[in-house]
Design a protein around this ligand. Structure first.
Ligand code: SAM
Ligand code: SF4
Length: 335
Protein backbone atom coordinates (compact mmCIF):
# COMPACT_ATOMS: atom_id res chain seq x y z
CA UNK A 1 0.00 0.00 0.00
CA UNK A 2 1.29 3.45 -0.92
CA UNK A 3 2.15 5.57 2.14
CA UNK A 4 2.34 9.33 2.59
CA UNK A 5 5.84 10.60 1.83
CA UNK A 6 8.13 10.83 4.81
CA UNK A 7 11.15 11.98 2.89
CA UNK A 8 10.32 15.65 3.09
CA UNK A 9 8.70 18.18 0.83
CA UNK A 10 10.74 19.92 -1.83
CA UNK A 11 9.31 22.61 -4.07
CA UNK A 12 9.88 23.27 -7.75
CA UNK A 13 12.93 25.45 -6.95
CA UNK A 14 14.65 22.76 -4.87
CA UNK A 15 13.81 24.41 -1.56
CA UNK A 16 12.99 21.96 1.21
CA UNK A 17 9.90 22.90 3.19
CA UNK A 18 10.41 22.00 6.83
CA UNK A 19 8.74 24.86 8.66
CA UNK A 20 4.99 25.27 9.12
CA UNK A 21 3.35 28.33 10.59
CA UNK A 22 -0.20 27.82 11.73
CA UNK A 23 -2.56 30.68 12.40
CA UNK A 24 -4.91 29.03 14.90
CA UNK A 25 -7.34 31.95 15.06
CA UNK A 26 -7.84 35.21 13.19
CA UNK A 27 -9.15 36.85 16.38
CA UNK A 28 -7.12 39.11 18.57
CA UNK A 29 -7.45 41.16 21.73
CA UNK A 30 -5.39 43.97 20.13
CA UNK A 31 -6.00 45.96 16.95
CA UNK A 32 -2.47 47.02 15.98
CA UNK A 33 -2.65 49.86 13.50
CA UNK A 34 -0.42 48.19 10.86
CA UNK A 35 -2.23 44.86 11.16
CA UNK A 36 -5.97 45.52 11.45
CA UNK A 37 -8.50 48.29 11.23
CA UNK A 38 -10.30 49.41 14.37
CA UNK A 39 -13.47 47.78 13.03
CA UNK A 40 -11.90 44.54 11.83
CA UNK A 41 -14.51 41.87 11.20
CA UNK A 42 -13.53 38.32 12.06
CA UNK A 43 -14.45 35.08 10.36
CA UNK A 44 -17.67 33.31 11.33
CA UNK A 45 -16.87 30.50 13.78
CA UNK A 46 -18.15 27.75 11.46
CA UNK A 47 -15.44 28.62 8.94
CA UNK A 48 -12.69 27.86 11.45
CA UNK A 49 -11.12 24.45 11.70
CA UNK A 50 -11.74 22.77 15.03
CA UNK A 51 -8.68 22.27 17.19
CA UNK A 52 -8.87 18.55 16.37
CA UNK A 53 -8.81 19.33 12.64
CA UNK A 54 -5.86 21.67 13.13
CA UNK A 55 -4.05 19.00 15.10
CA UNK A 56 -4.69 16.41 12.41
CA UNK A 57 -3.32 18.66 9.69
CA UNK A 58 -0.24 19.47 11.77
CA UNK A 59 0.39 15.76 12.27
CA UNK A 60 0.16 15.14 8.53
CA UNK A 61 2.67 17.95 7.93
CA UNK A 62 5.00 16.49 10.55
CA UNK A 63 4.78 13.08 8.88
CA UNK A 64 5.77 14.81 5.64
CA UNK A 65 8.90 16.38 7.03
CA UNK A 66 7.94 19.51 8.94
CA UNK A 67 10.49 19.86 11.75
CA UNK A 68 9.56 23.23 13.11
CA UNK A 69 6.07 24.42 13.87
CA UNK A 70 5.03 27.88 14.97
CA UNK A 71 1.55 28.66 16.29
CA UNK A 72 0.45 32.19 15.60
CA UNK A 73 -2.66 34.15 14.67
CA UNK A 74 -4.42 36.52 15.29
CA UNK A 75 -3.50 35.99 18.88
CA UNK A 76 -2.94 32.28 19.50
CA UNK A 77 -3.43 32.58 23.26
CA UNK A 78 -7.02 33.85 22.89
CA UNK A 79 -8.28 30.64 21.26
CA UNK A 80 -10.15 28.53 23.83
CA UNK A 81 -8.60 25.13 24.38
CA UNK A 82 -5.39 26.03 22.56
CA UNK A 83 -3.27 24.48 25.31
CA UNK A 84 -4.67 21.04 24.34
CA UNK A 85 -3.27 21.57 20.85
CA UNK A 86 0.06 22.78 22.24
CA UNK A 87 0.30 19.74 24.50
CA UNK A 88 -0.43 17.22 21.78
CA UNK A 89 1.99 18.86 19.35
CA UNK A 90 4.53 19.09 22.15
CA UNK A 91 4.46 15.32 22.39
CA UNK A 92 5.87 15.16 18.85
CA UNK A 93 9.03 16.99 19.88
CA UNK A 94 11.88 14.56 19.50
CA UNK A 95 9.81 12.21 17.36
CA UNK A 96 9.42 14.13 14.15
CA UNK A 97 9.34 17.68 15.40
CA UNK A 98 12.48 19.56 16.46
CA UNK A 99 10.75 22.64 17.76
CA UNK A 100 7.35 24.02 18.69
CA UNK A 101 7.12 27.78 19.12
CA UNK A 102 4.54 30.56 19.33
CA UNK A 103 4.26 34.16 18.29
CA UNK A 104 2.17 36.16 20.74
CA UNK A 105 1.34 39.70 21.72
CA UNK A 106 2.09 38.65 25.30
CA UNK A 107 -1.10 39.99 26.88
CA UNK A 108 -2.24 36.54 28.08
CA UNK A 109 1.23 35.15 28.53
CA UNK A 110 1.44 35.43 32.31
CA UNK A 111 -1.37 32.84 32.69
CA UNK A 112 0.10 30.43 30.13
CA UNK A 113 3.88 30.62 30.45
CA UNK A 114 4.40 27.67 32.78
CA UNK A 115 2.00 25.43 30.85
CA UNK A 116 3.74 26.29 27.59
CA UNK A 117 7.11 25.38 29.08
CA UNK A 118 5.68 22.13 30.50
CA UNK A 119 4.34 21.24 27.04
CA UNK A 120 7.83 21.45 25.54
CA UNK A 121 7.84 25.00 24.15
CA UNK A 122 11.31 26.47 24.61
CA UNK A 123 11.17 29.74 22.67
CA UNK A 124 8.59 32.42 22.02
CA UNK A 125 8.38 35.47 19.82
CA UNK A 126 6.68 38.34 21.60
CA UNK A 127 5.64 41.46 19.71
CA UNK A 128 6.46 44.70 21.46
CA UNK A 129 6.55 47.94 19.52
CA UNK A 130 6.96 50.43 22.36
CA UNK A 131 7.96 50.63 26.00
CA UNK A 132 5.89 53.75 26.58
CA UNK A 133 2.40 52.85 27.83
CA UNK A 134 0.64 55.65 25.97
CA UNK A 135 2.31 54.93 22.68
CA UNK A 136 1.86 51.20 23.20
CA UNK A 137 -1.86 51.77 23.68
CA UNK A 138 -1.98 53.99 20.60
CA UNK A 139 -0.26 51.38 18.39
CA UNK A 140 -2.22 48.38 19.68
CA UNK A 141 -5.41 50.46 20.16
CA UNK A 142 -6.25 48.42 23.29
CA UNK A 143 -3.12 46.82 24.69
CA UNK A 144 -1.84 47.37 28.21
CA UNK A 145 1.95 47.50 28.29
CA UNK A 146 2.16 46.40 31.94
CA UNK A 147 0.34 43.14 31.18
CA UNK A 148 2.71 42.35 28.32
CA UNK A 149 5.71 43.05 30.52
CA UNK A 150 4.23 40.75 33.19
CA UNK A 151 3.83 38.10 30.51
CA UNK A 152 7.43 38.47 29.41
CA UNK A 153 8.63 38.27 33.00
CA UNK A 154 6.57 35.11 33.63
CA UNK A 155 7.87 33.49 30.46
CA UNK A 156 11.49 34.25 31.30
CA UNK A 157 10.93 32.92 34.82
CA UNK A 158 9.51 29.72 33.29
CA UNK A 159 12.76 29.30 31.38
CA UNK A 160 11.44 30.27 27.96
CA UNK A 161 13.75 32.09 25.60
CA UNK A 162 12.15 35.17 24.10
CA UNK A 163 12.74 37.10 20.93
CA UNK A 164 11.04 40.46 20.70
CA UNK A 165 9.50 41.43 17.36
CA UNK A 166 9.36 45.16 16.77
CA UNK A 167 7.69 46.74 13.75
CA UNK A 168 9.73 49.86 12.96
CA UNK A 169 7.47 52.81 12.17
CA UNK A 170 8.53 56.23 11.01
CA UNK A 171 7.59 58.96 13.43
CA UNK A 172 5.99 56.42 15.78
CA UNK A 173 8.57 54.28 17.57
CA UNK A 174 11.55 55.28 15.41
CA UNK A 175 13.29 57.26 18.14
CA UNK A 176 12.65 54.58 20.73
CA UNK A 177 14.30 51.70 18.92
CA UNK A 178 17.67 52.00 20.72
CA UNK A 179 15.87 51.86 24.10
CA UNK A 180 13.88 48.79 23.07
CA UNK A 181 17.08 47.09 21.94
CA UNK A 182 18.83 47.91 25.24
CA UNK A 183 15.81 46.67 27.20
CA UNK A 184 15.68 43.38 25.27
CA UNK A 185 19.38 42.71 25.62
CA UNK A 186 19.39 43.60 29.30
CA UNK A 187 17.00 40.68 29.87
CA UNK A 188 18.83 38.32 27.52
CA UNK A 189 16.27 38.55 24.73
CA UNK A 190 17.08 38.75 21.04
CA UNK A 191 15.24 41.44 19.16
CA UNK A 192 14.16 41.56 15.54
CA UNK A 193 13.09 44.66 13.70
CA UNK A 194 10.45 44.29 10.98
CA UNK A 195 9.35 46.56 8.14
CA UNK A 196 5.62 47.18 7.67
CA UNK A 197 4.22 44.94 4.97
CA UNK A 198 1.25 45.84 2.78
CA UNK A 199 -1.15 43.12 3.89
CA UNK A 200 -4.89 43.65 4.19
CA UNK A 201 -6.78 46.91 4.40
CA UNK A 202 -6.11 48.56 7.76
CA UNK A 203 -8.13 51.70 7.17
CA UNK A 204 -5.07 53.95 6.87
CA UNK A 205 -2.15 54.45 4.53
CA UNK A 206 0.93 52.52 5.60
CA UNK A 207 3.17 54.65 3.40
CA UNK A 208 3.25 57.30 6.13
CA UNK A 209 4.90 54.99 8.64
CA UNK A 210 6.92 52.75 6.34
CA UNK A 211 10.51 52.92 7.51
CA UNK A 212 13.15 51.01 5.57
CA UNK A 213 15.45 49.10 7.87
CA UNK A 214 18.46 50.18 5.85
CA UNK A 215 17.78 53.66 7.24
CA UNK A 216 17.18 52.32 10.76
CA UNK A 217 20.47 50.48 10.64
CA UNK A 218 22.33 53.62 9.61
CA UNK A 219 20.75 55.53 12.51
CA UNK A 220 21.45 52.74 15.00
CA UNK A 221 25.12 53.01 14.10
CA UNK A 222 25.11 56.32 16.08
CA UNK A 223 24.20 54.33 19.20
CA UNK A 224 25.74 50.92 18.75
CA UNK A 225 28.67 49.06 17.28
CA UNK A 226 27.16 46.31 15.15
CA UNK A 227 29.01 43.30 13.84
CA UNK A 228 27.33 41.20 11.17
CA UNK A 229 26.82 37.60 12.24
CA UNK A 230 26.57 34.47 10.14
CA UNK A 231 23.89 33.28 12.54
CA UNK A 232 20.65 32.40 10.75
CA UNK A 233 17.58 30.99 12.42
CA UNK A 234 15.15 29.13 10.19
CA UNK A 235 13.56 32.57 9.73
CA UNK A 236 14.37 35.33 7.28
CA UNK A 237 16.17 37.66 9.69
CA UNK A 238 19.78 38.78 9.18
CA UNK A 239 21.58 39.26 12.48
CA UNK A 240 24.15 41.57 13.97
CA UNK A 241 25.79 41.47 17.37
CA UNK A 242 25.62 44.68 19.36
CA UNK A 243 28.96 45.19 21.12
CA UNK A 244 27.65 47.56 23.83
CA UNK A 245 24.91 45.17 24.98
CA UNK A 246 26.34 41.82 23.96
CA UNK A 247 22.98 40.99 22.39
CA UNK A 248 21.68 39.92 19.04
CA UNK A 249 19.65 42.12 16.75
CA UNK A 250 17.86 40.89 13.64
CA UNK A 251 16.51 42.73 10.62
CA UNK A 252 13.61 41.38 8.57
CA UNK A 253 13.43 43.34 5.37
CA UNK A 254 10.73 41.91 3.12
CA UNK A 255 10.32 45.27 1.41
CA UNK A 256 13.88 46.32 0.78
CA UNK A 257 15.59 42.96 0.57
CA UNK A 258 14.17 39.83 -0.96
CA UNK A 259 14.85 36.80 1.22
CA UNK A 260 12.81 34.30 -0.73
CA UNK A 261 15.66 32.24 -2.18
CA UNK A 262 16.13 30.41 1.11
CA UNK A 263 12.45 30.20 2.07
CA UNK A 264 11.68 26.93 3.85
CA UNK A 265 8.17 27.64 5.08
CA UNK A 266 4.49 27.45 4.28
CA UNK A 267 1.53 28.84 6.18
CA UNK A 268 -1.72 27.25 7.24
CA UNK A 269 -4.65 29.47 8.20
CA UNK A 270 -7.32 28.77 10.80
CA UNK A 271 -9.70 27.90 7.95
CA UNK A 272 -7.39 25.23 6.60
CA UNK A 273 -6.06 27.24 3.68
CA UNK A 274 -2.44 26.53 2.86
CA UNK A 275 -0.53 29.55 1.56
CA UNK A 276 2.76 28.68 -0.04
CA UNK A 277 3.93 32.32 0.17
CA UNK A 278 3.09 35.14 2.58
CA UNK A 279 3.01 37.62 -0.26
CA UNK A 280 1.05 35.71 -2.92
CA UNK A 281 -2.60 34.69 -3.19
CA UNK A 282 -2.20 31.15 -4.54
CA UNK A 283 -3.51 28.66 -1.97
CA UNK A 284 -4.74 25.13 -1.36
CA UNK A 285 -7.99 24.34 0.45
CA UNK A 286 -7.19 21.62 2.97
CA UNK A 287 -10.46 22.11 4.85
CA UNK A 288 -12.49 21.08 1.80
CA UNK A 289 -10.26 18.07 1.26
CA UNK A 290 -10.49 17.06 4.91
CA UNK A 291 -14.24 17.59 5.23
CA UNK A 292 -14.91 15.63 2.06
CA UNK A 293 -13.41 12.61 3.80
CA UNK A 294 -9.80 12.56 2.56
CA UNK A 295 -7.58 10.22 4.54
CA UNK A 296 -4.10 11.29 5.67
CA UNK A 297 -2.47 9.94 2.55
CA UNK A 298 -4.88 11.87 0.32
CA UNK A 299 -4.31 15.01 2.38
CA UNK A 300 -0.59 14.48 1.85
CA UNK A 301 -1.16 14.41 -1.88
CA UNK A 302 -3.09 17.70 -1.77
CA UNK A 303 -0.24 19.21 0.26
CA UNK A 304 2.32 17.94 -2.28
CA UNK A 305 0.35 19.68 -5.01
CA UNK A 306 0.55 22.95 -3.03
CA UNK A 307 4.27 22.60 -2.36
CA UNK A 308 4.95 22.02 -6.05
CA UNK A 309 3.26 25.37 -6.72
CA UNK A 310 5.30 27.35 -4.16
CA UNK A 311 6.28 30.51 -6.05
CA UNK A 312 9.82 31.77 -6.40
CA UNK A 313 9.03 34.74 -4.17
CA UNK A 314 6.87 37.71 -3.31
CA UNK A 315 7.01 41.16 -4.79
CA UNK A 316 5.73 43.53 -2.15
CA UNK A 317 5.75 47.21 -3.00
CA UNK A 318 4.64 50.06 -0.82
CA UNK A 319 3.50 53.16 -2.62
CA UNK A 320 1.16 55.97 -1.77
CA UNK A 321 -2.41 55.00 -2.67
CA UNK A 322 -1.34 51.47 -3.67
CA UNK A 323 -3.71 48.67 -2.76
CA UNK A 324 -2.32 46.07 -0.31
CA UNK A 325 -0.14 43.52 -2.11
CA UNK A 326 -2.40 40.77 -0.80
CA UNK A 327 -5.97 41.28 0.36
CA UNK A 328 -5.76 39.12 3.47
CA UNK A 329 -4.47 40.48 6.76
CA UNK A 330 -1.36 39.20 8.47
CA UNK A 331 -3.67 38.01 11.26
CA UNK A 332 -5.30 35.58 8.80
CA UNK A 333 -2.11 34.14 7.32
CA UNK A 334 -0.11 34.37 10.53
CA UNK A 335 3.02 36.47 10.91
N1 SAM B 1 -0.73 38.39 17.66
C1 SAM B 1 0.55 37.85 17.65
C2 SAM B 1 1.60 38.94 17.67
O1 SAM B 1 1.25 40.10 17.47
O2 SAM B 1 2.77 38.61 17.91
C3 SAM B 1 0.82 36.93 16.48
C4 SAM B 1 0.29 37.31 15.14
S1 SAM B 1 0.97 38.79 14.44
C5 SAM B 1 0.11 38.85 12.91
C6 SAM B 1 2.61 38.27 14.04
C7 SAM B 1 3.60 39.35 13.74
O3 SAM B 1 3.21 40.00 12.55
C8 SAM B 1 3.71 40.41 14.81
O4 SAM B 1 5.07 40.52 15.20
C9 SAM B 1 3.27 41.67 14.11
O5 SAM B 1 3.99 42.77 14.56
C10 SAM B 1 3.54 41.36 12.67
N2 SAM B 1 2.72 42.11 11.71
C11 SAM B 1 1.38 42.17 11.62
N3 SAM B 1 0.99 42.91 10.56
C12 SAM B 1 2.12 43.33 9.96
C13 SAM B 1 2.40 44.14 8.81
N4 SAM B 1 1.44 44.64 8.07
N5 SAM B 1 3.71 44.36 8.51
C14 SAM B 1 4.72 43.83 9.25
N6 SAM B 1 4.51 43.06 10.32
C15 SAM B 1 3.24 42.82 10.69
FE1 SF4 C 1 -3.22 41.20 17.03
FE2 SF4 C 1 -0.72 40.49 16.50
FE3 SF4 C 1 -2.20 41.76 14.64
FE4 SF4 C 1 -1.41 43.09 16.78
S1 SF4 C 1 -0.08 42.20 15.21
S2 SF4 C 1 -3.50 43.08 15.92
S3 SF4 C 1 -1.45 41.56 18.33
S4 SF4 C 1 -2.57 39.75 15.44
Amino acid sequence: MERPTIDGMTDGFGRRVSYLRVSITDRCDFRCTYCMSETMSFLPKNELLTLQELERLCMVFISKGVRKLRLTGGEPLVRKGMMDLVRSLGRKIGSGLDELTLTTNGAQLAQHAVELADAGVRRLNVSLDSLQSDLFRQITRRGELARVLDGIEAALAAGLKIKLNVVAMRGVNEQELPDIIRFAHLYGMDVTLIETMPMGDVGEDRTDVYLPLSEVRRNLADHFTMRTLDHRTSGPARYVEVAETNGRLGFITPMSHNFCESCNRVRLTCTGTLYMCLGQDDAIDLRAAMRSGANDFELGRVIDDGISRKPRGHDFVIGRGEKPAVRRHMSVTGG
